[in-house]
Write a protein of this length. Structure first.
Length: 113
């Protein structure tokens, strides 16, 4: 069984989720559940840190795209912190790196909403 660890912390202007392990069909529901909980608080900014993530499949990608769509609909900002090459490859193959806001690190987001 794959394991996904999600560490959720408050940050200036919003909330950050740090994903570690594998985001796939077996764990995507865990991310969706945590995102739902976070979204109830209506933060202006949600940062999803992919740096510790080891693997992501299309189910994980679908969860992130859905979260981005909800954020746009609700007038909030969703930002992904660039992950490892194998994770980023999923975004580039699908060209979603052109649609989603992806930054190299979260330092530039301090105080941003």
């Amino acid at each position: 069984m794959t394991r996904l660890d999600i560490k959720t912390t408050e940050r200036p202007g919003g909330v950050q989720l740090r994903l570690a392990g594998e985001l796939d069909i077996a764990s995507a529901a865990n991310l969706e559940s945590e995102l739902g909980r976070v979204e109830e608080g209506r933060p202006a900014l949600i940062v999803i840190d992919l740096r510790p993530l080891e693997f992501m499949d299309s189910s994980g990608l679908r969860s992130l795209v859905a979260a981005d769509s909800r954020a746009r609909e609700q007038g909030r900002r969703l930002v992904l912190v660039r992950g490892r090459d194998r994770v980023q490859r999923v975004f580039s193959i699908t060209r979603l790196d052109e649609r989603l806001e992806i930054v190299d690190d979260d330092e530039s987001l301090v105080g941003a909403a």
